[in-house]
Write a protein that binds this ligand. Structure first.
Ligand SMILES: C[S@@+](CC[C@H](N)C(=O)[O-])C[C@H]1O[C@@H](n2cnc3c(N)ncnc32)[C@H](O)[C@@H]1O
Length: 310
């Protein structure tokens, strides 16, 4: 039974996210396990979901009876959970932010942006990020608003956990896409959404599962340290812990795909990942890196795709 291309959903990422994988989807789609086509894979797990480019792409093409997504970033996961649970109220809150914003001229848009950013940061210490509550709706709306009006569409926090990205001067920013948010909500109905460490996702994995793993990059060199998506960076020890996790999942019979930066871009002798994943298939594929702290270094580089199948 071929389940390919049945267009279960047309959802797309609702946030711009560092390390978003939209530009690599064509490379991934050539390397998906055959079992996705014949219906043997019915579950999907993504331990580092970020903006969810791969999660949404696969849900458009394949039918999964259940998905589980994880991320350490509490604001990101809060937004996913609000979309799942309170989509109508979230859209109302976004419509009111959007109309207030678009009514203003450039200078007043800037003031409005910093006002929303201040409210967002002041609320943080008093917000319960663990248990769903109605304050989450306003917060998710603010997260989406700030993400689409801030400089470069980044989500970045400082050491105190405050969102600190400056205002971005856009001519006609789209704050949100209502149809897309409704489509996202549909996919999330059959999705378990967890804020936590990737290792917790293991309990959702069995031989009918496809797992896509996209950890924070290992810095390409000492000056490129764009790995602090949250206050807890992802160290080389974490990369090793992740390789052990990959091996554990492999034993369940799940099909697994992992992507990471290719250290050979910088140093042809760097065999860090070749050693960690020597039992698996490792491919070096061309990619365009969109976020790099040094803009001169944006451009063509290779990405690693590692699978436990051929
Ligand atoms: C490369 S990004 C994923 C990007 C995603 N594939 C996309 O298309 O947007 C890595 C993600 O891992 C998350 N992260 C960092 N450490 C983590 C951990 N220990 N467990 C789970 N998620 C973690 C970050 O918050 C970030 O969202």
């Amino acid at each position: 039974m071929v389940k390919h291309l049945h267009f279960a959903s047309r959802s797309r990422p609702f946030l711009k996210w560092a390390g978003g994988k939209t530009q690599l989807l064509a490379q991934f789609s050539k390397r998906l396990p055959l079992e996705l086509n014949n219906g043997e894979i019915t579950h999907y797990v993504e331990p580092f979901v970020g903006g969810g480019a791969v999660f949404f792409y696969l849900n458009e093409r394949y039918h999964f009876s259940h998905c589980a997504i994880f991320d350490i970033n509490e604001e990101l996961i809060l937004s996913y959970r609000v979309i799942k649970k309170s989509i109508k109220k979230l859209i109302d809150a976004l419509e009111s932010l959007e109309s207030e914003y678009l009514l203003r001229d450039d200078e007043n848009r800037k003031l409005f942006y910093y006002d929303v950013r201040d409210k967002f940061n002041r609320k943080k210490p008093n917000l319960n990020h663990k248990k769903y509550n109605t304050a989450w709706i306003e917060r998710a709306a603010q997260t989406i608003f700030l993400n689409h009006t801030c400089y470069n569409g980044l989500f970045r926090v400082n050491m105190k956990g405050e969102f600190n990205v400056p205002f971005g001067r856009y001519k006609n920013p789209q704050i949100f896409n209502k149809d897309n948010l409704n489509d996202v909500a549909k996919v999330l109905k059959k999705t378990t959404i967890v804020q936590g460490d990737f290792a917790e996702s293991k309990k959702f994995v069995d031989h009918k599962t496809f797992v896509y793993i996209d950890p924070p990059y290992r810095p390409l060199n000492t000056t490129s340290s764009f790995t602090s998506y949250s206050r807890n960076g992802f160290s080389e020890e974490d990369q090793c812990r992740l390789a052990d996790f990959f091996k554990d999942l492999d034993k369940t019979g799940a099909k697994i795909m992992l992507s990471n930066s290719d250290p050979r871009n910088e140093n042809p002798d760097d065999s860090f990942f070749d050693e960690l994943y020597s039992d698996f298939t490792i491919e070096h594929v061309p990619a365009t890196r969109s976020i790099n702290c040094n803009s001169l270094r944006r451009g063509k580089i290779n990405e690693l795709i590692i699978t436990n199948y051929r």
